[in-house]
Design a protein around this ligand. Structure first.
Ligand SMILES: Nc1nc2c(ncn2[C@@H]2O[C@H](COP(=O)(O)OP(=O)(O)OP(=O)(O)O)[C@@H](O)[C@H]2O)c(=O)[nH]1
Length: 345
């Protein structure tokens, strides 16, 4: 069982989807833990995976004890599921050491800890580290650190960030775009071990980490949801994004722009000041279901602002809005995300 951790928006789901698409015939089970009551990440991996369990609204690292994890994993670890590997995708503010501790404590004979993977956003590394010094520990303890989004930083900057991560990390370090790592690195333990002298964590490694949950990142983070069945107006929504308070670090979920969105589902992601959409077909009923994660959120005013984005004329195409939206489209999943003209704040 591999624990996939990394700060909000670093690219965990992207990496997981890459693994699932390139599984080389392995059967992979997934446990997804979203922070927020709409399970956006689970929606994004569903359909590609052999078996999923999802836990929403709460950080797995504190929400459940070892019995709870064993109950959740029963479905995945059951011999009948015939899985070759299980990946736990932690929420972006989970405490990875706590998750590893849970896995190591599992009473289920089918569960064996297969390593901690920490995904780091190369473009946000300095800022995240400054806000959350505990990130250094996560990088240090990981068996594999994936320095992701290298397409978003200039070459010199990339070398510097990779160099700093290498200084901290005791495990292997890989630089990637879109989490494209060779699945064998994760699932065939010797490959991880041979690639950089990484070792599997033990309780002894984890013992230095205090158990006081008030020090965990999620102690200061909150999430809120905004859902509506009425389409949003693109211009109004883009304005909302530009003006959003700095406390809102992560926004994700499907958005319905009605006729302006050609009746398609806009899978939306904002990470810090960056934002991108992917256009997909609606799989279920059309509705906007956003999760907002950050610190010092003011849910009432955020909700009122989002409510004001509801389009009074959803059948009329907002041409200017559509043009502006297009700048943030990420349809093939390979183009870089553009920063907003105006930084959030
Ligand atoms: N430019 C660029 N964007 C990326 C890369 N990897 C992921 N993204 C984008 O970053 C955004 C967040 O990616 P996710 O995979 O959802 O991140 P996450 O870590 O699962 O997010 P949380 O679960 O909310 O913590 C999405 O818009 C991705 O398409 C990359 O290498 N380059």
């Amino acid at each position: 069982m591999v624990v996939l951790a990394g700060y909000l928006g670093s690219g965990k789901t992207t990496l997981l989807n890459h693994l699932l698409r390139n599984d080389d015939g392995r059967r992979i089970g997934v446990l997804v833990n979203d922070f927020g009551s709409i399970n956006v990440d689970a929606m994004n991996v569903a359909g590609q995976v052999d078996a999923t369990v999802s836990l929403e609204n709460g950080c797995l690292c504190c929400a459940v004890d070892v019995d709870g994890v064993d109950r959740m994993l029963e479905k995945l670890a059951h011999p009948g599921a015939a899985l070759d590997a299980i990946v736990i995708e932690a929420s972006g503010i989970a405490e990875p050491t706590q998750l590893v501790r849970l896995v190591l404590s599992s009473q289920n004979p089918g569960i064996e800890f297969g390593g901690l993977v920490e995904v780091v956003d190369a473009a946000e590394f300095d800022d995240t580290r400054a806000r959350h010094p505990e990130l250094d520990d996560h990088v240090r303890l990981a068996d594999l650190v994936v320095v992701n989004k290298i397409d978003r930083v200039a070459e010199a900057e990339r070398e510097r960030v990779i160099g700093e991560v290498r200084e901290l990390a005791e495990g292997a370090v890989l630089a990637t775009e879109r989490g494209r790592i060779a699945p064998g690195i994760l699932f065939d333990d010797p490959a991880i071990r041979d690639s950089g002298g990484a070792r599997q964590l033990s309780f002894a490694d984890l013992d230095d980490h205090d158990d006081d949950h008030s020090h965990h990142m999620h102690a200061v983070y909150e999430s809120m949801e905004f859902t509506t069945d009425r389409p949003l107006n693109p211009s109004a929504f883009l304005d909302f994004l530009k003006e959003r308070s700095r406390g809102v670090y992560r926004i994700k979920g499907p958005v319905d722009f009605g006729a302006s969105g050609e009746d398609r589902c806009f899978q939306f992601h904002a990470v810090g000041v960056f934002a991108a959409f992917t256009r997909i077909r609606w799989k279920g009923p059309r509705s906007t279901r956003l999760v907002l994660i950050g610190t010092d959120l003011d849910p009432a005013s955020l909700r009122a602002r989002l409510e004001s984005c509801v389009d009074p004329t959803p059948d009329v195409v907002d041409r200017m809005g559509v043009l502006n939206l297009a700048r943030h489209l990420d349809d093939d999943g390979s183009s870089a995300q553009e920063p907003w003209d105006v930084e959030a704040g």
